[in-house]
Design a protein around this ligand. Structure first.
Ligand code: ZN
Length: 80
């Protein structure tokens, strides 16, 4: 999953850890994901959003156990 950006419409390839943003979720029942640490022996999976996508998107885990991309809330940032 780390081979490329988690955004399907983006073809950015994973190269450097310092670029973009990494997400890690725990796998439950082999197919669903959770942010809650599960018992020992269950796996984890990492997802990566490239620099550009991570500016506008974030990854979240739904209560159904799916990973979804959600737009980041654009904060009214004032230039510091
Ligand atoms: Zn991307």
């Amino acid at each position: 999953m780390l081979a490329k950006c988690a955004n399907p419409s983006c073809n950015a390839k994973f190269k450097y850890l310092r670029e973009g943003r990494l997400f890690e979720f725990n796998i439950v029942d082999g197919a669903r994901y959770t942010t809650i640490p599960s018992s020992a022996g269950t796996g984890r999976e990492r997802f990566w959003l490239c620099e550009q996508c991570s500016r506008v998107l974030t990854l979240q885990c739904t209560t159904d156990g799916d990973i979804v991309r959600v737009p980041r809330i654009a904060r009214q940032q004032r230039a510091a």
